[in-house]
Design a protein around this ligand. Sequence first.
Ligand SMILES: [Zn+2]
Length: 252
Amino acid sequence: MRAHLLIDVPAMAVAISLMPTLGWPPVAGIGCAVSALHTWAVLDPRAALYGPVRWRLPAGSPGVALTFDDGPNPEVTPLVLDRLAAFGCKGTFFVIGEHVRKHPDLIRRMASEGHAIGLHSDRHARSFPFWLPGRMVRDLRANAEAIAQITGAPPPTLFRPPMGIKNPFVGHAATTLHLTTVTWTATGRDGVATTADRAFARLLPALQPRSILVLHDGCEPGRPGDRSTCLAVLDRLLPEMNRRSLPGVVVG
Ligand SMILES: [Zn+2]
């Protein structure tokens, strides 16, 4: 909330100060425009107003990056890894610290099979976007240390904000930790109630070089759910990538 107030309160103050001069309609228009700009910057995966984002792979990349959020999950993640291995694809897993500490074997397997591992916060708190930057930094450090202790490698530098929400504080935390904020080209929205048909249909138009696609192999802590949709989508996506000669690559 604080970060949003940094934008909304000054905008409101400017609007009120202009009201005697301009009257209601232009001020209301300015207010709507500022509000729309802020909403776009927070929610649009391509919006870089609050910090740089990687929503697609660098120019020249021949592949597609399959990314998986909210894991590792003991039921689903091994099956995701099996499917990726069967097609010779690499994926990028944005993992939650709490799950990492419970399932270190899955983190080891991701690392040993050449997949990339990124941060997705330590507990995936719904209130994360409303925290002050210092608390965000502490949370992300805990997330990174949990992974690094298991892999023995340097802490991850890729970061996907919880719920994909960006704001000035999230941007500041990412900059402080020298993290690359990774959003997406398309999301299957398989983490919410949807069918494999719908999720696949959402991803299919983006099945081309440089795309970053989102699926969910896990659930937020304390919010269990069915993640079989992720597997059903992969069973269509991977053969289609194969047919189009699109390699599955990590987010670099
Ligand atoms: Zn998530």
